[in-house]
Design a protein around this ligand. Structure first.
Ligand SMILES: [Zn+2]
Length: 143
């Protein structure tokens, strides 16, 4: 791999650049980033538009609390679809809400509306994200 950018860099070289995810050519159509949501290709993005990868598919409540206390962001969707179905819109906790949750009790899986309910963990270049699906009660933020 070349150490310096060359004027004659090939397309393959360009895709290795960190700006790749911002490039129009690579990120159009169903792969277009949708900040805070899933795109048509099933890729998930944080609010800044950075792509997130699923790290753990099922996180215990205590572990989710620990992740939040370690600085993770929180996003939720209450219908239990996973976040990408129809017009489901994942909701991101504000900094103020996160601050509140970090000093509170861990989330509870309530089964109140019989929705599919679980917690999973995602990560991107800005850190990790806890995703709460379905019937989850968490402090004063999720109920
Ligand atoms: Zn949903």
């Amino acid at each position: 791999m070349r150490k310096r950018k060359q004027p004659g860099a090939t397309f393959a070289d360009l895709v290795k650049e960190p700006t790749w995810s911002q490039s129009d050519a690579s990120r159009s159509g169903q792969h277009a980033p949708r900040p805070g949501r899933f795109n048509g290709a099933g890729e998930f993005f944080d609010l800044s538009g950075s792509q997130l990868e699923l790290v753990v598919g099922n996180v215990p409540a205590e572990e989710a609390q620990r992740l939040l206390e370690a600085g993770a962001a929180l996003v939720s969707e209450s219908c239990g679809c996973g976040g990408s179905y129809g017009d489901c819109t994942p909701v991101w906790a504000t900094d103020k809400q996160l601050h509140e949750l970090r000093s509170g009790p861990p989330p509870q899986l309530t089964d109140r509306h019989s929705a599919p309910t679980w917690l999973d963990a995602w990560a991107g270049e800005r850190g990790s994200v806890v995703f709460a699906h379905g019937d989850i009660s968490w402090g004063n933020v999720l109920d």
